[in-house]
Design a protein around this ligand. Sequence first.
Ligand code: FES
Length: 354
Amino acid sequence: MFHPLRVSEVERLTDDSVAVTFQVPPELRETFRHIPGQHLALRRESAATGEEIRRTYSICSPAAPQGEDPVLRVGIRLVDGGEFSTYALKELAVGDTVDVMEPMGRFLLPPRPGTFAAIVGGSGITPVLSMASTLLAREPEARFCLIRSDRTAASTMFLDEVADLKDRFPDRFQLVTVLSREEQQAGLPSGRLDQERLAGLLPALLPVDEVDGWFLCGPFGLVIAAERALRGLGVERGRIHQEIFHVDDGSSPAAVRAAAIPARATLTATLDGRSGTWPVQEGESLLETVLRSRADAPYACKGGVCGTCRAFLVTGEVRMDRNYALESEETDAGYVLACQSHPVTPEVELDFDR
Ligand code: FES
């Protein structure tokens, strides 16, 4: 559910990114209390088409302990041709109101004792900043190693916030920055982080098998390279958590999507305790089928990335175009992403409430 929140600060981070802070009224304090790693869906009407557009942005602020007011701050980087990010960077100002959905997502690190590490690229630092700052402040024994890659120092988001963590927790926070387009001081790596480099770099930085959780966040290529490097170093799948940003939208052409759909498929869906049955139109996702009749169907990215549209497949079979949000345990348990699902059987039933 969306809530109108007032913007209390817009801070320029780099030439192409800002951090936006929202004011949370007292009655919504619990609604907007987040777990480190979660994101917010923001909504506005397109100035060009009048259609509703939604985008998800990760929360960068530390999670507030119970009893304290939550600070809700997201990082937004300009995406080429991206209507929402252009609006956020060029127009959004203190005092404006934005529709904001409560925090969501399953890329999470609730504070707990242990050693954790993250490999991030570009704006992938955003949720990890919340994870590291919350963990180090709340767990006196916990350790965090951050490996971040960016193009240049000037394009690096949250440079000051990360430096501040290093100052505050010099013994428990380890930072390695890799710049792909800039020479660094002697001893610091530069160039692109690929699978081979990570496989060599990681064991030199920390005892890989003693890390309780790995958090990979950033562009597709980096996250996949990091996952393969970790798997190659013997890290179990269950310790690797990932979130992918900036997915290329061209990976599932409509013709391919339509090919698997039975001539007349019907979808039954339960949402907030109410059910309905509708025909699935050619080429559309099951989320789009539901949205034609139920505007309250949950979604944010429509790109298979955020997991907001997760639903339980009660009957039938579906094919997903792509899935960057659900873990294999969730798909094995029967969950699907409605925004990526197309019916394979003539009848499909989804439950959004489970
Ligand atoms: S709406 Fe984001 S994964 Fe479906």
